[in-house]
Each structure stands twice: as C-alpha cells, then as structure tokens.
Design a protein around this ligand. Sequence first.
Ligand code: ADA
Length: 569
Amino acid sequence: MSRLFTEHIKREVANLDGVWNFKIDPENMGKDEKWFEGLKEFEMSAVPSVWNKEKGLLDYKGYAWYQRQFYTNGGTLRLKFEAVMTEADVWLDEQYLGYHYGGFCEFDFIVNNVDAGFHTLTVRVNNKPDEQSIPMSVVDWHHDGGIIRSVWAETLKGISVINNRFDYTLADDLKTANGFFTLDLYNAENSEVTSKIEIKIGEDKVFADTITLKAGESKAIKTPEFNLQNIRLWDIGKPELYDIAIATETDDLFDRVGFRFVEVKDEKVLLNGRKIEFRGVNRHEEYPDFGFAFPVSLMRRDLDIIEDLGCNSVRGSHYPNSKIFLDMLDARGILFWSEIPIWGCGFSEEALGDPVVVERGLEMHREMLKYYFNHPSIVIWGMHNEIKVDTQNAYDMSKIYYDFLKENGGNRIVTYATCHPMEDICLEFCDIICINKYYGWYVGNKHDWEVFLDEFRERRESLGFSHKPVIMSEFGIAALYGHHTFDNIRWTEEYQADILSHCVNLFHNDSMMSGFFIWQFTDMRTQSAWAINRARGFNNKGILNEHRKPKMAYFAIKKDYHEFAEDDE
Ligand code: ADA
C-alpha cells in the first residue's frame, strides 16, 4: 500500500504485490534444500495476505516460503517490506540478503549491481512464537503469518534519501518553530558522488547544500536548525499539514508534517495549550476475512465510523499500524497512541528480564520511531501492555524503554497500560497513568468502578504522583451482536451499553481522569484455542461487530461522546 501522497517522483518504484508462489515448510527443510533456488510443487498466495485466511491454514504456525519473479532495469535496488509476520529471511536469486524480526514494522535491503532482467525474490516467513518472542504465544488475537503489507522494489540512483526525521520545537506563542532534519543518505553508485541536496517545507526552502559520499557510503546528516514563522497548528479536527520535499540531483522523498504541542501540566493533558480529554477506542488492525492484511478501504470506513462516534483519538492496540492509516489520521486530525506488541499476560517474569526479549522490544521501539516519527497524530508512545508490573524485571525493562522514548521520541507522552495499578512499581516511568480494568465483566459490577477510582486516587497521592493524569486505557464488556433479553445480563447488547455509558460518564466527571479508550472498537478474531472463553473464537467486546454493524453501545457512546464535546474549551 502506498502512502496518502506520492513519496517519490524521481525514484523508479515497482510495487511487487500480487500473487506469489507459496509453500509451507512444516519440517523447516527449505533452507537446507535451497528452496530459494526455485520452489517446486508450490501453490499460489496473494501478497499482501495472511496464510491463515488466504490458504485456509487457520492455525498453521511455522515456516512458509513466498517467491516471485520481477523485472528490473538493473542498478542498485532497495527491496522494501512494509511488514512481514513475524520473522523474515530474504533472498534475491541465490544471494541471502538478511533477516528481520518483528511483524509490524518496515524493513529493507539494499542490493548493488543488480543486472537488468528478471530476478527471483524469495521470503521465508516464520510465525511460530517461542519463549523469546514478541509477542509471546499467548495473545488475545490470532497469530497470523504472512507478508501482511506491501513489498516494493525501488531503484536508487546517485545520492538517495532513505529516510527522514523532522524534529522541531515551538516557541511559547506556538507561532514560530525551530527545527532540523536528520536524513539517512546512501550513495547508490560504485564511485564517489557529489550532489546538491535541498529540503522544502511547504513553499519554504529550509536547507540547501552540496554533499559528497564515497561509493556505497551510508551517512546520517543533521541539517542546521532553521526557523519557520506564522505556523498553522495541527489540531484535533483541524489537520493543518505541511508538505516536506527532499531532493538530491537524482532522488527524492516526499513526506508530511504537522506542528502541534502536547504536554502534561497540572494533572491535565494539553494540546496546543488547551486542555483535552482523550475520547477514544482501542482498535485492532484486523478483519476476520483478511487478518492483519487489512484493506485500505476498510481503514477509511473505520475512520468515518470513528468520527461519527465522536472520538478524538484511537489507541492502536497492540502494535504499529499501517503507515497509510497514520496518514489518514494525520489528514483528519485524530490523535493516535502507537505501541509495540509486548502484550502482558504471555510474558513470564523471566521473559521480562531476558536480554534477548528486552533488546527485541527496544529494537521495535527504534523501528517505530524511525518510520512513524513525523506523524503529528501520534501523541502517545506505548511501551507495553499489561505486563507483570509488580516485578523488578518489569521495572528495569520499563526504565530502559521510558528513557529511550523520552530521549528520542520527540514531543510525545510516554506511557504503558497497567492492569495492576494497585501493585504497580513502575509508575514513575509514565507521563500519564493508563489503566486497564474490567469491572462488570470479569469481576464485580458497575458500582465497583467508583470504589476502585477512589482507592487508586489514594495510592496515586501516596506515591507522590498526583500530578500525573489518569486515563482508562481499557474497559469493556462482551456483547453478542443481536443478543437481547429483558434482563440486564452479560453478553447482551443492553448490558454492554449500560456499563460502558456508566463508565465514560464516571470518568468524564472525575478530575483525576484525562480520558478513556473503550475496549474495543469492533469484535475481532482471537486464538482458536481460546474459543471456550471467547464465543465464536472472537473477542466480542466491540461496540460494533466485526462487519462494522453497530451494537446498542455504539449509539449510547456516540451520544455521550458528543455531549462531552460540548464541554470542550
Ligand atoms: C486486556 C488486553 C486486551 C484484551 C482484553 C480483554 O486488557 O490488553 O488485548 O485481551 O484484556 O478483552 O480481556
């Protein structure tokens, strides 16, 4: 999937989506048997897709191979994978290009001196989790496998712009910005190259220079700081975006940015100096027929629904979402919480302290920042979800991630979602305290919420964290679409609507709280093995069903969210 805008004009770009050759490898023999030299007795599979749906291999966990031919005019190729679930080994013809870990972020390989003609691209995918995986085998979604987002072959010429990051600060009056770019440049030629390079933001030329790179040299450069006046701020529902154009003599990269300032002050969250309340939903980028290979048409539809509901924010539970979805959030002025898939219950205390796991998580944070940094919609970085936060290992992991994100994450709130707020020893590592609780579903009833909020208020004060706003990052009730009774009982639409509306009103009127994300936007497929607790094999806590048909709770929440908006400053 491309972006919402054209990323390259000078660069030759070929999309490799389509129908690839496909073969599962349950015995993991393919590498020894050199399947990259050419698959024998293969089937076909769409890219992007997940094999669980595309090939009917619903619960297959293991290796599978994807292969296709493509034509190139030759030169230096950048093979770009938007996301492969979860581990990928890549070959171009018989040349091994490398390995990537992690299912939801982009990665690439640059190959020089590729001959003009047809070539074979092979990807070995593994989706089988082990005790060092992120996520682990226990998750409340389906362990899909496959090439879930688009694949590209780009031809690089001369000094090429591989990535960009735009850092800025706004002056107190929020009208002037000081900023600089960090560019990852690469010389795609076999000889030294000198090239002019220029960056524009909107109509303003903010950088111009000449740069020389040796043959095959990669270099990150920081531009000098520059100043922009009369900034139009990006805001909720007012998505002022600026085009970024970066060009060398032979290559280019286009991007977008918005200027906004988010801060936590006096127990409140402020956006552009104005107090805000997060009114959101948790959303999985998953659709039962397509798994994580989520169609762009449905992303657009989801955002129409989210706007209709009166949300100003979405939590991308529980992993980095597609870039085009982020582009759409930027373009609509909707806030986003982006996190990595460290999904608690699955992680033992030992795993949280395992250096391989900790480093994998850190690398996922690095990638999330690398590819998502410029999106103005992202105002929250999420470090993890529901881990054992009463342990030293969780404390140490949280400190590493928090320090990293505070130092490198730009103007964002850093947090995580805790389901043990009364025992949590990591709360110093969050700018806002985010709590997942399920009173009225797994335990208790709706009146337990008030008791809990008062208990937590006391704990927050006793820890000296009263300045930290609180967000209810998850609360939810399962309801089967179309299930009604005269009694207000679990699984009915009436019960779900009643509890959720009670919750959001309670939170909205509590001065400790700065927002709430309903669990969850739509019903979604979960692990087949969980079907005993999860009717139909779905997590049914959506306020719409998986086909986006609204339950009663949808209309109740819509009314509440729109009424709350009337209180906005
Ligand atoms: C947790 C978890 C969610 C979902 C939810 C539920 O809070 O973070 O991913 O599993 O519970 O439905 O129980």
